[in-house]
Design a protein around this ligand. Structure first.
Ligand code: GDP
Ligand code: MG
Length: 307
């Protein structure tokens, strides 16, 4: 991989997005790189992998590391996700501690802040969702104060923005650049993610499952992309959705195959935006009992165990 040389004052480094589930880390990643590479949803714990988004500017390259939200683990997959998030903190140049500014800081936030402080990595506080933040009756922002009271003893600066409307993101980018060391390009300037297209395709299918099916299905699915066949006029994609139980398979397929058809149609539309071309998508559903609790199957399905 041949990378351009950089001027002596070029800044670069790795920046981890750390925070509780659902605060908007993946939405922020997409907004910063300007393309949908991470799936997002109102359902907590959408993000399973450590995904890198690459933001290249004339004077800097920021490699953003999206992590699963930090939360109390309930099963082996959950534990792996939390450990990966914590080890991500120690390995980067800067952490953006992303919080939801529309709710006051709680125990979960303190837990996250504490983990960042212990790792000793420089951090900023990203106060997200300011588009839906309204002042308290007294005209003050008690929520914001609750975060700054955690941050100020650690010397962390605060930055307000909306990942959804992109308001305030230029300032956030500048604050990141100010805190990064001089360094080289880590990735070619035109790349927006370290993940292959195939992986993002699988995620786009998983996203539709999260959006369209009931509570019990989402956390027990995994998607494998079995074949991508690039033909002159269209790209044919063959994918399998793995679930743990027959009942979940039934939900995913739906009455007369209606649900699977809808998942396929919507995921195909997203894939077409990704590859900028026509996609033909064929989906299968398979039952693979207890994949979430099995170490070997977690690794097989691409969830790396980094401890
Ligand atoms: P993550 O779990 O931290 O990665 O959170 P996601 O990025 O998946 O976002 C969780 C939910 O919050 C989604 O429904 C997003 O659309 C929503 N969200 C994220 N950022 C913003 C924001 O700036 N404003 C508003 N109003 N909603 C947001
Ligand atoms: Mg996420």
């Amino acid at each position: 991989m041949l990378l351009p040389t950089t001027a002596p004052d070029f800044k670069s480094g790795f920046v981890a997005l750390i925070g509780r589930p659902n605060v908007g880390k993946s939405t922020l990643l997409n907004a910063l790189v300007g393309q949908k590479i991470a799936i997002t949803s109102p359902v907590a714990q959408t993000t399973r992998h450590r995904l890198q988004g690459i933001l290249t500017m004339p004077h800097a390259q920021i490699v953003l590391v999206d992590t699963p939200g930090i939360h109390k683990p309930h099963h082996l997959l959950g534990e792996t996700l939390v450990k990966n998030a914590v080890s991500a903190i120690a390995a980067v140049d800067l952490v953006i501690w992303v919080v939801d500014s529309t709710v006051p800081a709680g125990k979960g936030d303190r837990f996250v802040a504490d983990a960042i402080h212990k790792a000793g990595t420089p951090a900023l506080v990203g106060l997200n969702k300011i588009d839906i933040l309204s002042p308290d009756p007294q005209g003050s922002h008690l929520n914001l104060e609750s975060y700054s009271s955690i941050a100020s003893p650690y010397g962390w600066d605060l930055c307000q923005f909306s990942a959804l409307t992109a308001d305030g993101l230029d300032n956030l980018k500048q604050m990141c650049c100010d805190r990064l060391p001089a360094g080289p390009y880590y990735y070619p300037p035109e790349l927006v993610t370290d993940q292959p297209e195939r992986f993002i395709m699988g995620e786009l299918i998983r996203e539709q499952i999260l959006l369209l099916t009931r509570e019990e299905v989402p956390h027990s699915v995994a998607v494998s992309i079995d074949r991508v066949d690039e033909q002159p006029k269209l790209t044919a994609v063959l994918a399998t959705i793995y679930v743990e139980r027959d009942s979940q398979k039934g939900i995913l397929i739906g009455k007369k195959g209606k649900m699977l058809k809808e998942i396929g149609t919507k995921a195909r539309e997203q894939m077409q935006k990704l590859i900028l071309g026509q996609v033909h998508l064929e989906l299968f559903v398979k039952v693979q009992p207890k994949w979430r609790s099995s170490r070997s199957q977690i690794v097989d399905l691409g969830y790396s165990m980094e401890y």
